[in-house]
Design a protein around this ligand. Structure first.
Ligand code: UTP
Length: 293
């Protein structure tokens, strides 16, 4: 049985929804409390048993490489000051290997994944998007890997979204349900409102068989003028099953401004040293805004 050991994290997009901050700073480095978004994603991959990660980067993304590198000056300074708790936080203490590849032109998610094809070779692999943070008892990706172990087929993570949001996602047209797993008739990228076959949306977690590259090799342009991963998944689904799995846990959308702000608040509330004061502050804000009204 082939094991899922490698993961791709595409992080070469332009992040236009966060301009101007993303002009010089990668969207994936925006902090959620005290960690950049991409660190949550890397931690989920490690907790899911991934041994090698390849991050697809692009222009202006050097900060990502620096973040996962050792910073000897900083570490030395923290040792001298006896700040060992902080030292642990900045040191790369995991056993995972992180590699990088550049996507010279951000032609779309499908193209970003295609850029990592030589690193993947002929193995099943995972894809985790930096836009979605998943908090779950069993890590989101691990739930998909467990499904892969059972089926030996590609599996895409989905959750339900509101009907008026379906045009923002890849949507699945499910046929049959077994537990939380669906057999899928069709995968559609960003269907027009009112035309979506369901409200089950792809949430940035995938386990794919290497045959996906046969379709990504074609560089077909899809929705929004981009090379879409969903289109290649649909073509793969025509020659071998691609399942959708309604994973357990909370998914936070950090790819757009409001989602980013609410995620930051939710994560901050999980910090014991911030929770009390933040709650008091939020209560004050509500009272103040009501008075102003
Ligand atoms: P998004 O479409 O959400 O990211 O892609 P974006 O294009 O950077 O953001 P906006 O829409 O302009 O605000 C999802 C993930 O895929 C990566 C992004 O970096 C993001 O993590 N991506 C997207 C690539 O690596 N390359 C691409 O060509 C497109």
């Amino acid at each position: 049985m082939r094991k899922v050991k490698k993961a791709i994290i595409p992080a070469a997009g332009l992040g236009t929804r966060f301009l101007p901050v993303t002009k010089a700073m990668p969207k994936e480095m925006l902090p959620i409390v005290d960690k950049p978004t991409i660190q949550y994603i890397v931690e989920e991959a490690i907790a899911s048993g991934i041994e090698d990660i390849i991050i697809v980067t692009g222009k202006g993304k050097r900060a990502i490489e620096d973040h996962f590198d050792h910073n000897f000056e900083l570490e030395d300074n923290l040792v001298k000051k006896g700040k060992f708790d902080l030292l642990e936080k900045v040191k790369d203490s995991s056993n995972v290997d992180i590699h990088y590849i550049r996507q010279k032109d951000p032609k779309g998610l499908g193209h970003a994944v295609w850029c990592a094809r030589k690193f993947i070779g002929n193995e099943p692999f995972a894809v985790l998007l930096g836009d979605d943070i998943v908090q779950a008892e069993t890590p989101g990706l691990k739930q998909l890997i467990n499904q892969y172990k059972e089926t030996q087929c590609s599996v895409v993570g989905v959750q339900q979204v509101e009907e008026n949001e379906t045009d923002r996602y890849g949507i699945v047209d499910p046929i049959e349900k077994k537990g939380r797993r669906y057999q899928v008739k069709q995968f559609v990228e960003k269907p027009k409102l009112g035309t979506a076959p369901s409200n089950l949306a792809i949430m940035g977690r995938y386990v794919l068989t290497p045959e996906i590259f046969t379709f990504l090799d074609k560089h077909e342009i899809g929705a929004g003028g981009e090379i879409q991963l969903t289109d290649a998944i649909q073509q793969l689904n025509e020659i071998q099953n691609v399942f959708a799995y309604d994973f357990e846990g909370t998914r936070y959308d950090v790819g757009e401004k409001l989602g980013f702000i609410t995620t930051t608040i939710e994560m901050a509330l999980q910090h014991d040293d911030l929770r009390g004061e933040l709650l008091a502050y939020l209560e004050n804000v509500v009272v103040r805004e009501k008075i102003v009204k």
